[in-house]
Design a protein around this ligand. Sequence first.
Ligand SMILES: Cc1ncc(COP(=O)(O)O)c(C=O)c1O
Length: 402
Amino acid sequence: MKNGQRYEPLTVPRRVILGPGPSSANPRVLRAMSLPIIGYLDPAFFEILDEMTGMLGELFRTEQRAFAVAGSGSAGMEAGLVSLAQPGDTVIICSYGYFCERQILMAERLDLNVVALRTEWGKSMDPAVLAEALKEHPETQLVVGIHAETSAGTIHPIAEFARLAHEAGALFMTDVVTSLAGCELEFDAWDLDYAYSGSQKCLAAPPGISPVALSERGLDYIRGRQKLSSSWYLDLSLIADYWGTGHKPHHTAPVSMVYGLREAVAMALNEGLAQRWKRHEANAAALRAGLDALNLEMPVSESDRLDQLTIVRLPVGVDDAKLRTQLLNEYSIEIGRGLGKFAGEVIRIGLMGESCVPANVFALLNALEKTLPEQGFEVGRGAAVAAASAQLARNPSPLYSA
Ligand SMILES: Cc1ncc(COP(=O)(O)O)c(C=O)c1O
């Protein structure tokens, strides 16, 4: 303590979080995280892991391995790249956004032979591009493609990517950080080998743990590889062994994060996945109706766009930072900035998990209606909220009561 100064308990502002993640966490999740710590090798903790294995399997729709990597979504990403390919192996990475580029940076650090398949941001990638690349690179060990690209607001045909990868004898790894619990995802039916997610988006838990699913084919590859993965911590087979029936010790599991994830998954399953997807679809449709009424442009086409994350082009004369700061300071609403190629050009509005409710749609539209004219972009007063309300009357959001 310097100069007798006392540190008071931490306080943080209350926010309506409508950015690309994290989203808000439900109090039930936060309460679970304050339960007493027990040991990561305590039989009572193993019971929690065993129950969660089944719950995560339900969430990913898999009968194969489902567990969680300690660390945010990027840890799940790195665990896949370091485990499913070896230095020098050819890895095709489909790239249509900022997080795909992150995968490329990681894979290059791991000395993988990266083939970057770059296609236009804001559009779903045509699988024919991948088919062509696989013909050129028959030696490919792993294909990587993101399901929901949060930087570009796009959804991609990963079932088709997986089919092409397998036809060519490669494994297929995907990123479901923004899609898990927010839209349809079928790990087994789509024959995926590895999918990683994050706790902080449509699952509505705090950031810091990465739920994943791994195929038996992927696990067999890791167990049989000639050279062990260069990361001990992120070796997916070791983490699977800790979560598996033998509970072989690995690192100390983040006990409170596991409690939080357990509770968040329980809430998602209680709500029902189809109902949760519908909630994301209905609220996004209401948001888009309101944004349309404000004459704001949403550059991603209907077939390619996400419900969880809407990209809006900034009107000429409207400053990105000024708009976001004003929303934060005057309305306590957080929205996201554009990343990478889209920096300064778009804003990103997330409606994920706990944050995905009509009240938040109305709050944001009302705030935009007030703030945009102050930057010279005139809007019709009351039109946005009325349009969102009419859209919800036509296509109601299921009540969120998990
Ligand atoms: C699609 C996607 N992948 C990966 C990540 C990285 O996840 P994290 O920030 O949890 O490490 C994000 C984060 O926003 C994301 O949206």
